[in-house]
Design a protein around this ligand. Sequence first.
Ligand SMILES: Cc1cc2nc3c(=O)[nH]c(=O)nc-3n(C[C@H](O)[C@H](O)[C@H](O)COP(=O)(O)OP(=O)(O)OC[C@H]3O[C@@H](n4cnc5c(N)ncnc54)[C@H](O)[C@@H]3O)c2cc1C
Ligand SMILES: NC(=O)c1ccc[n+]([C@@H]2O[C@H](COP(=O)([O-])OP(=O)(O)OC[C@H]3O[C@@H](n4cnc5c(N)ncnc54)[C@H](OP(=O)(O)O)[C@@H]3O)[C@@H](O)[C@H]2O)c1
Length: 456
Amino acid sequence: MSGHRPLAVAIVGAGPAGAFTAAELWRHGSECSIDLIDRLPTPWGLLRGGVAPDHGEIKSLERHFESETFARGARFFGNVEVGRDICHADLAARYDAIVYAIGAQADRRLGLPGEDLPGSVAARSFVGWYNGHPDFAELGPDLSHQTAVVIGNGNVAADVARILVRDVDELASTEISDLALSALRLSQIRRVILLGRRGPAQAAFTSSELRQLGGLLGVTPIVEPRDLELDIASEQWLAESGTFTAHSNMELLREYASRATTAGDGKRIEFRFFGSPVGLHGSDRVEAIEVRRNRLVRRADGRIGSVAVEGETELIPCGLVLRSVGYRPTSVPGVPFDEVEAVIPNERGRVIDHGRPMLGTYVVGWSKRGSIGILGTNKRDARETVTCLIEDHRGGRLLSPTRRDDDITALLSGTRVVTGSGWRTIDRAERSLGAASERPRVKLSTLDDLLAAAAV
Ligand SMILES: Cc1cc2nc3c(=O)[nH]c(=O)nc-3n(C[C@H](O)[C@H](O)[C@H](O)COP(=O)(O)OP(=O)(O)OC[C@H]3O[C@@H](n4cnc5c(N)ncnc54)[C@H](O)[C@@H]3O)c2cc1C
Ligand SMILES: NC(=O)c1ccc[n+]([C@@H]2O[C@H](COP(=O)([O-])OP(=O)(O)OC[C@H]3O[C@@H](n4cnc5c(N)ncnc54)[C@H](OP(=O)(O)O)[C@@H]3O)[C@@H](O)[C@H]2O)c1
């Protein structure tokens, strides 16, 4: 990296995209000072607060992130929200470049009547609750009914369905939040319906997630064989453009359909395809979901879409509806946002404002692409954004900070900032609580507990 002083970069959001961005910056040379700013007292975003607690091997990626960031000298400013505690202009006056890696902090809405009835919960909230995210400690989902419906056929839907019915003693050895563990021990949910608006060949599950749903202790996967009889449009689409995943998902679903269904009161996950929700019903909480039957059509762009079959609706009684149709990015004041695409507008990671690149301002991860992609996708994405940043550095097109020598610490005197050492203290406290019960960690799940632990 050229220049006489280190390039000063603020990365807003210490999730996977932020961590991969730090690693990419260092790949270009060592003359770089990096501050990672996060609204939570803990880093790693959805790796900590999204990835399911029973996916322990994936959670261990945090060690890699640690070694690529704080171990290499990046500073952590936790419990600092850009847009609340500090603003874009404050950062622009102090850094050569700012990279927004703020993920997707809201939910896609369905626009259905009854969507906000108690008992209708966004998967994002439910996931945050079982992962000990402090924003969702109070969620208290009602698990006192037998049937839950999960809207959506993506990997998040698979995660929440699995957590609802997985053997609680198995979950007890993971880092699931204690609040969720206690609630799941008392749960009455026996039947989870996974509702897909299109067909089995279009389901967005990856095969490993779908396979896990068929191997849960005491849980029967139920698939109607007639749902697997593909119509001509799907048959053609699968043959011409079906991915390896689509083919192997079909195989798995065929195998589930062929399993003998055990009678009795065992738990079950029912896959329902070709069904769109049209409304949630109940006097003061969810009592049923109304689902319309769809058929598939091949659109002009080759994509398979769904249209309603006139007059075919069904009312499914249920006490919990989890809406799992995607997370929605948001922005911060002073940084543009495209409301239609729901992303921070950008070209290869350069933030675009009124048609022109915004000097020294970049975006990466889910806030750049929308809520699409696994952890590794953010690594490639960070490479693209950092390549642009370095090109701009070499071309003299970064910010010209007027208060370069002022540390942001002075601006944050009214905020209880959690530093890298504060985070390490939280981490040690959680791991030592976990060691006592042979769990990877016991999460501190409220802001007060996290801040108190960081201050020790
Ligand atoms: C439920 C779920 C499970 C998943 N499981 C897997 C899995 O098993 N395997 C896999 O490969 N992928 C998984 N993924 C996908 C993976 O988590 C994402 O690809 C990845 O987390 C996106 O990274 P990101 O950094 O863009 O966003 P995030 O992970 O959301 O990180 C954004 C960070 O920005 C911070 N932030 C937001 N706003 C501000 C602000 N104004 N100021 C300061 N900080 C802010 C947030 O606190 C957060 O830490 C899962 C996703 C979900 C939703
Ligand atoms: N283990 C893992 O690797 C893992 C775990 C969790 C998440 N992730 C990743 O994180 C990303 C986000 O996952 P996600 O599950 O939130 O999103 P997703 O994969 O995009 O799935 C969203 C689902 O919601 C459906 N949907 C959207 N709008 C709808 C509507 N109006 N009515 C009914 N259904 C609707 C979609 O159906 P259509 O297809 O018809 O649009 C799709 O089935 C994905 O890339 C995923 O792979 C990975």
